[in-house]
Design a protein around this ligand. Sequence first.
Ligand SMILES: [Zn+2]
Length: 507
Amino acid sequence: MTQRLITFLFVLALPFALLGQTPGVCGFYSDKAFDENIQTLKQEVAEGVLSTRGNTVTYVPVKFHIISKADGSKGVSEQVVMDALCHLNEEYLDQDIQFYIYNGFKYIKNDIAYNNPGDAELILQGNKVQKALNIFLGLNATPPGGGIPGGTTLGYFAGQPNQDWIIIKNSEVNGSASTIPHEVGHYFNLDHPFNGWDCTAWTAAEHGNPVGFLNAPCNPEIPVEFANGSNCETAGDFLCDTPADYNLGYLDDNDCLYTGDCMDPNGDKLDPMEENYMGYFNGCSQYVFTPQQKQIIAARLIQRTNLETVTTPQASVEGGTTLIQPADGSTTQAYNNVAFEWTAVPGANQYMLEIDLSTGFNVAPIRQIVWGNYKVIQGLAANKKYYWRVRPFNNFDVCAPISNRWSFTTGTAINTVEPPYVTNWMVRPNPVSPGQSLQLEMNTNESFEATVTLRTLSGQLVQTMQTNFAAGNSTIEIPTTSLVNGLYFLTVQSGEGILNEKVVVAE
Ligand SMILES: [Zn+2]
């Protein structure tokens, strides 16, 4: 009863003690199999497994799953994912490990998965890619069971064999957060240095000073690690170059310096390694992995034979691109087909094109990965000021800068250039009676993707469909059941041009 009361008070007291600041935490908890594998990996390292790697850099495939709401909104941008991947690669470069985008980004549109990926286990299972490290990006990263009381979980590695993925909170996807490099550490079998204290944080009031017990409070199978290192092989994270830590970073201030007086059961004062990547201390200018942690990572990488690792990357992207058209400050004549062009960059085979009404590219951005340096974009509104920018990349190098931001204003005209491959087309019957289907007959030299729309005279959209016209002759049906008598505009819009026809609906 007393024990329960103390726990209750501790949970209640945390938010006040932190004056409203919610500390960010990791939602990973190791289990027996995970901890046993650390001993296996240490054994393999001792037997020389790492000598097989040589001096080459290993490129590890990563599948980033960008999760948005069901309507496609709110997912993180590819730009910040690239920033995060670039940062991850900086942090693992000294280990000769780099990460590359495995077959592009994956997009998941689902409200539950967006809100908290861990609540949509089956969706994650269905999207997981076997040959890559899977990282799911959503609004929250709350693990099943909640995580440490009073903390906000920023990410976690789900280590069950049928999971084996990382979940990251969207706010942590950027070019500076340490969350992704930390979770990747777990993916490569690293524990927290305070393993066994993951569910709590040492306080003199709750745990005693010196600590008054010998088994870790969150996992009684793990001994409390001593400050003198005498049980480091079997306690804490089972590594001897990471000193004892009883989750001291969790309640510490953000200066990357522990000044508390926590003592182990022997009465020896703890001296935790604040700048360790796998700990919880905030405010360090640079985080590091210890030599033994790096050995575990390297050995686990060798053990992970499912990964489609490569040792020969694509050439680096040689800098940023320069925008060409639409010219900065210009007004385009038409709004329905606007051509974008920028300089090609050696090494880049893809370009992230972003267009939006806001300078922050966060209102209703059009984001498109373009394989080339020219693209005709449809779907812009007439008479609006837009901003655009471009970032060159390839799957192995996402660190090139984003271009300058240019603006242009769309005109009010409709571009009437016909797609060059269309040899003939026809809509019939015309006039058509309401309820009767329109037949759109197409004759084209090449197959093409197009949007077919029907609008009223005043421009109101009444019918839209996405169609692929095969090369040769083909016919599609357009239902008119919902139409009243009147005049309509039918358009067939492809990337290269547009076809227009007036259609009369009459009894
Ligand atoms: Zn962690």
